[in-house]
Design a protein around this ligand. Structure first.
Ligand code: AMP
Length: 501
């Protein structure tokens, strides 16, 4: 299966990103791109960028940092054009570099284009080998993709007509495997692509005077666009003078919708709509299902801000146990989850969350969160609540145990870093220090989405990957649960003694 050894090791890390594109003839769209990227900031906080075209030339501006750090009024004023794409990149371990900031830009024989990618390719090594790229020369899978399209464009003999980029994409896209929701632009047209599984979201919006593409619907809202529809898995949309045209680069047999179920659980904003469902309401239903499946006696239901709050509301509503605030989040601190050093991650939790002592002291708490991945954050939260005087802490998680690494755009590290990879629920409960722990079942999670019959990728929960994944990184498969790391040396996490029976 495809490996990623063509990339530096650190690039094997996954990233979930935000992408945005706009075509609005007669307008200067850069300020709208910045608004759209702000709405997608939760999908990526490492770097931000945009590429703008006025029909004559393309300008790219990108840098490390948050959207507000990369763009200011002065810089935005210098970005003139009616056509633009933008990107926010998820912070990952060891791969924070300007070169990996997006959009990726190429000038191929006079044809300029830029691409912004959300997802992760799984056949990087084959792709790089096929064009004779030496190991380490592509800085990321997105860079490799830009290279492939650029070479294809250059081979189309410097044609600069509007169809050149689309022609190159029609030839390159079927070679790619994995997850890719893309927005691209050349000097004249905006292109949106969703891989045949539609792992990552991408939606289409309409302006009075143009079109918008965005990872999530709140970015359409801020751009003043109304939602038209999701870009379909396996669809390529071309937006230009002729309007919006749909192309299908893949044969119908290849197209099988597998939207990441974690977009519903955690990744996407609660005010986003996916598969026609508003995610806040779906998350409340997850909490209701959790209360039905795993009731407990308690005085108060507390959600872990922000992602656990809707499910906590649902748990409270269904169980009748009052909902209350027990943790206050400092909104000026970024994500702690991905910090490579466990000590820093735990400290990061203290920086981000502080307990409301009067609300907590002496109380039996049901603490609801959306997921446990490594267990580090959860453990620190339980300890913090106990220090604040909680009498009991019953953890309820609104998704099933996260057991398998994601290869389709979420950075969760390797299998050895996932606490549920080979620990049972009781052992995890002991490790995080809770009085009890229960997870939502997969069936109940799907029911709570409101679209149980829709296509989902649930590989992180089941190990059933819809497309082949790089085995070197997988380290163990459902059929062969052999781990490279002996128990007890799984990164930062001590393996707890077996739970008492
Ligand atoms: P931990 O206990 O360290 O596994 O962290 C669990 C917390 O991480 C939960 O509050 C989740 O909302 C959050 N989380 C889950 N997946 C991700 C992700 N891909 N990136 C950042 N945070 C995440």
């Amino acid at each position: 299966m495809g490996q990623v050894s063509t990339l530096p090791e650190s690039e094997g890390r996954r990233e979930a990103c935000g992408v945005f594109g706009i075509y609005a003839p007669g307008r200067s769209v850069a300020p709208v791109v910045v608004d759209g990227l702000h709405a997608l900031q939760h999908r990526g906080q490492e770097s931000a960028g945009m590429a703008v075209s006025d029909g004559q030339a393309m300008v790219v501006m990108k840098d490390m940092g948050l959207v507000s750090q990369v763009f200011n009024d002065y810089k935005i004023a210098g970005l003139v054009g009616h056509l633009a794409i933008g990107h926010t990149r998820y912070s990952t371990t060891g791969s924070s570099s300007w070169h990996n900031a997006q959009p990726m830009y190429r000038n191929a024989g006079g044809s300029e284009f830029a691409v912004a990618h959300n997802g992760n390719l799984t056949n990087v090594e084959e792709l790089a080998g096929a064009i004779g790229m030496l190991p380490g020369t592509a800085t990321s899978d997105s860079d490799l993709m830009a290279e492939l399209v650029g070479r294809e464009l250059a081979m189309s003999d410097g044609q600069e007509d509007q169809g050149a980029l689309v022609g190159a994409l029609m030839r390159v896209l079927p070679q790619l495997q994995g997850a890719f929701s893309l927005v691209l632009a050349d000097r004249d047209c905006l292109v949106g692509v969703r891989d045949p599984n539609g792992f990552r979201p991408l939606c289409l919006g309409r302006l009075d005077d143009g079109w918008v593409l965005a990872s999530e619907t709140p970015a359409l809202d801020i751009a003043g666009a109304h939602f038209v529809r999701e870009v379909e898995p396996g669809e390529l949309l071309v937006i230009g003078d002729a309007g919006c045209e749909s192309h299908r680069p893949w044969p119908p047999a290849k197209v099988q919708p597998k939207l990441c179920i974690f977009e519903f659980v955690y990744l996407a904003r609660p005010d986003s709509r996916l598969y026609g469902q508003e995610l806040h309401a779906a998350r409340v239903r997850m909490g209701e299902q959790l209360a039905e499946q795993s009731p407990t006696s308690a005085d108060m239901v507390v959600g872990v801000p922000d992602s656990g709050i809707p499910a906590a509301e649902g748990y409270s509503r269904k169980s009748g146990v009052p909902f209350g605030h027990g943790l206050v989040k400092n909104r000026y601190i970024g994500r702690t989850f991905i910090d490579p050093e466990p000590g820093k991650r735990a400290l990061g939790v203290r920086r981000k969350l502080n307990p409301l002592r009067e609300a907590i002291a002496g109380r039996r708490l049901v603490v609801v969160d959306d997921s446990i991945v490594r267990g580090t954050t959860t453990r620190a939260i339980v300890a913090m609540l106990r220090e604040a005087g909680a009498k009991e802490v019953h953890l309820r998680i609104s998704s099933p145990p996260y057991r398998w690494p994601c290869y389709f755009g979420v950075d969760t590290g390797t299998r050895s870093e996932l606490i549920a990879a080979d620990l049972e629920v009781g052992e995890i409960c002991d490790y995080v220090g809770a009085d009890s722990l229960a997870y939502l079942s997969l069936d109940a999670l799907k029911k709570a989405t409101g679209v149980a019959g829709a296509g989902f990728c649930d590989a992180c929960l089941t190990g059933e990957y819809p497309v082949p994944v790089p085995l070197r990184q997988l380290r163990s498969t459902p059929e062969q649960p052999a781990r490279e790391e002996p128990s007890g040396t799984t990164g930062d996490r001590p393996v707890p003694a077996p739970a008492a029976q």
